[in-house]
Write a protein that binds this ligand. Sequence first.
Ligand code: FAD
Length: 363
Amino acid sequence: MGQRRLAIIGSGPAGYSAAVYAARAQIETTLFAGQQAGGQLMLTTEVENYPGFGQGIMGPQLMAEMRAQAERFGATLIDHDVLRVDFSKQPFKLFAGHHIHQGSEEHVHPEHAGHDEPGHHAQLEEIAHEDSDEFDAVILATGAHSIPLGVAGEAEYTGRGVSYCAVCDAAFFRDKQVYVVGGGDAAMEDTLALIKFAKQVTVIHRRDSFRASKIMQQRVLEDNKDKVKTWWNAEVKEIKGNGSIIESIVVADTISGDQQEVPAEGLFVAIGHKPATDFLDGQVQLDEKGYVVARMSPSASGLALAQDHLDERGLLTFPTMTSVTGVFAGGDNVDFRYRQAVTAAGMGVMAALDASWWLEQDK
Ligand SMILES: Cc1cc2nc3c(=O)[nH]c(=O)nc-3n(C[C@H](O)[C@H](O)[C@H](O)COP(=O)(O)OP(=O)(O)OC[C@H]3O[C@@H](n4cnc5c(N)ncnc54)[C@H](O)[C@@H]3O)c2cc1C
């Protein structure tokens, strides 16, 4: 049998780290980086919490380093999207190409979506060409993106006071007046991360109660009363600033429709994430939110999948394998909980090691 071929789909920390390990282990590795290569860290400025960079590193520079490292060990990088897959039999078939965008798509949270709302455009696109290739194993590392509010000023002030990751950015908001938008556990977690630094955190929610778990609500609303305020039945309509940094937000009352502009030094959007898994079209098990289910997923679906894959000693085999034998996954397309560059990189490495051991065993 010739050299076994591995495809990695996605070029964030998970995909590049997987490629470094797989290519260095002498596996013929092809990484489909996508048209927007580099993942979420391409959208940020300074990353202060990636180990090994004591003085911090700019997000795009970190991703350029990871890409160069994957190439150095011989991974082939293709800047095309995988458009569809055929996992019905081995070898697995991937169809890759690039889209020509003729319109724009802004993902809008279902709660905020309305077809006649500004900012919601249908996506008009064509596929310029499509190639197919076959692989013995596949790693899904397609990541996720935060769902934006879809309001004026949001794109302009992202990274300039508007953030989608409190764990990443809270420390930049010491003694500042900040707002969190959302009402689920993610919004509560962001609030808790922020109160360690910010002067005051106000949680803006469209309804008059949170849907977050009781314990999270208690930690936010009761244990931290002095620092946290709530603004019920409210939605952010616009984000304003001086061209380089956020200065205020326009908030509307969802019942009366009245609007007011208030000063803001930071705005954290926590209304959900969308994993990039639509292209899999049901060929791998996904959970109800679209995350890939791996044997190690910390969910009921993950536990159910894991139960059938314990060895005679009761140890889980190939923890990063999905519902399809030979297809592995790691990073933010699996991980709905930690969502950090270093955890994504770690999961990518786990997927690459599992894939290489499985390929060895499957010879
Ligand atoms: C603004 C911002 C700031 C952040 N700051 C920090 C920080 O300071 N520290 C930290 O630890 N974390 C930070 N994070 C979180 C961190 O970026 C993510 O946890 C991490 O990037 C996830 O890595 P990933 O490899 O799983 O996926 P991603 O980074 O999402 O990368 C996935 C890649 O796969 C590509 N892709 C998707 N579908 C396909 C397909 N079909 N074919 C080919 N390619 C595809 C995508 O285009 C993307 O390039 C931040 C996130 C954001 C948005």
